[in-house]
Design a protein around this ligand. Structure first.
Ligand code: BG6
Length: 481
């Protein structure tokens, strides 16, 4: 007899993440025929409704009205109106699931619900051998609460059943970082403090916090972005070569980087970090409201953070990592800049000395996918008495280079949803990684609290508070703006 069909349960099935990311991802997978045969999707939410009203809602949210694929996906969708954190809710879900092979339970919920929901599901006997739990970031609000949540989860399920999502790891360009570093012999000998001057990681968003403020106001930029996406990018840039791509081989190397992060101190807080919050300004040519106007009351939460991180190990001794992220910034741009050191001695005379710039590798992840390396060249022509120089980019636009073959740009969640269903944890975050990342972020929060660092205002549509330039310029360097 064939195995019973798999079930994907979306807790928070009517919420923002499900509507904006998870269901469109499922539709794309459906279009490509990649969803497991017979898969049922049960969305769970507290709002009233049934399968028919839910399908209508989802259809209204999804941009691509892909005829046949939508019909197929729609036929898989079911809706259960209940509170899965209550015993009767968990029982109702169990009944609705009925007989199933694999059960994937996706927590598209506020992190504060992870523990109570897990307890209720476990008591209802819903977490068995064939259950996988998918947890959205952030797990907890600090190290202590994340440990408590992870402990409740560890009582209910084994670590192999727990898939902690950081959707940045599902992005094609983020995985490409691993290919760039470890499939080219060119970079690795230079990937250290002998050749690299500093690293910049920028995740700038133009979007406002908007109606997510209830969640965001409690977390802020350090918990929403730094603790997870930014530190994951830092790990992939800084980690030692893993022995292979097996999940734990990669995760062991990432955790070593996190453990080497120098703890933040109150003395470093003023010098090495900038906290900001947007005030009214202009975004995309239109007047934009302040963060506090969105929240509707005064708030001490940061919507921007820039800081200098140091990795205390042999490879990175003395190389600052400048990190910054913010909402309502001048541009949407996610990039990693590897700034190499200057030539040790210039032979080009006074003009050449002025012209010459150190090589810079820019890995742009969003909105364009581009890798470019600036190389110094001779300026064409006779140049008078002295040779003149200019930097030119050696550029690999992935869209241009791969053309059709590059294919449609996928939503990061597509890859991750498939990996969960296949049971491949490589692109998911292990418990110790989450906890080490919290250790660093707690240090930043504590240093700010002790040093009394408050968010500095920056106009919506700018590159953050003035201090963000000062942070990097004090060391004689500049952001790649
Ligand atoms: C989420 C954060 O994890 O990532 C959001 O909670 C943020 O605040 C988003 O906007 C950014 O993701 P992306 O893929 O648009 O860069």
């Amino acid at each position: 007899m064939a195995d019973p069909a798999p079930v994907l349960v979306l807790l928070g099935g009517a919420g923002d993440l499900s509507m904006r990311m998870l269901l469109p991802s499922l539709l794309h997978l459906e279009m490509d025929g990649l969803l497991p045969e017979g898969l049922r999707v049960i969305a769970v939410g507290r709002a009233e409704g049934d399968a028919a009203s839910y399908r209508k809602d989802v259809k209204a949210h999804i941009k691509e009205k892909a005829g046949e694929a939508w019909d197929r996906l729609s036929a898989r969708l079911d809706y259960l109106s209940t509170d899965a954190g209550k015993p009767e809710g968990a029982e109702a879900l169990k009944d609705r699931i009925g007989e199933a092979g694999l059960i994937v339970i996706y927590y598209a919920l506020s992190p504060s619900l992870f523990a109570p929901v897990t307890k209720a599901l476990s008591e209802a006997g819903l977490i068995g051998e064939n259950t996988r739990l998918v947890l959205e970031k952030p797990i907890g609000r600090d190290l202590e609460s994340s440990r408590q949540t992870n402990a409740v989860i560890a009582e209910a399920a084994e670590e192999r059943q727990v898939f902690r999502i950081d959707h940045y790891l599902g992005k094609e360009t983020v995985q490409n970082l691993i290919a760039l570093r470890f499939a080219n012999a060119l970079f690795e000998p230079l990937w250290n403090n002998l050749a690299i001057d500093h690293v910049q990681i920028t995740v700038a968003e133009t979007q406002e916090v908007g109606d997510r403020w209830r969640y965001y106001d409690e977390y802020g930029a350090i918990r929403d972005m730094l603790q997870n996406h930014m530190l994951q990018l830092l790990c992939l840039v800084a980690m030692e070569p893993p022995s292979d791509l097996e999940a734990d081989a990669v995760r062991n190397e990432k955790v070593k980087v996190l453990r080497s992060l120098r703890p933040f101190t109150p003395e470093a807080a003023e010098k090495d970090s900038v906290r900001g919050q947007y005030v009214a300004g202009m975004a995309d040519g239109h007047p934009a409201a302040s963060y506090e106007a969105e929240v509707g009351r005064p708030s001490g939460t940061e919507t921007f953070v820039a800081l200098t991180a140091w990795i205390d190990n042999w490879r990175w001794k003395g190389v600052p990592f400048f990190l910054r992220t913010g909402k309502r910034m001048a541009e949407r741009r996610t990039e990693i800049v590897i700034q190499f050191k200057a030539v040790p001695h210039s032979i080009f005379g006074p003009y050449g000395d002025r012209d010459i710039q150190a090589n810079r590798l820019v890995i742009e992840l969003q909105p364009h996918e581009d890798i470019s390396l600036t190389i110094m060249n001779k300026r064409p022509g006779l140049n008078g008495e002295h040779m003149r120089l200019q930097p030119l980019p050696l550029s690999l636009s992935l869209a241009k280079a791969l053309g059709e073959e590059g294919g449609r740009r996928r939503i990061a969640y597509e890859r991750l949803l498939l990996d969960v269903m296949r049971g491949d944890p490589t692109l998911f975050v292990r418990r110790d990684e989450v906890e080490e990342a919290w250790r660093f972020v707690d240090g930043v929060a504590e240093a700010w609290a002790q040093a009394g660092v408050q968010p500095k205002p920056y106009p919506a549509g700018s590159w953050g508070p003035a201090g963000a330039s000062g942070l990097i310029e004090r060391s004689g360097r500049a952001w790649n703006d």
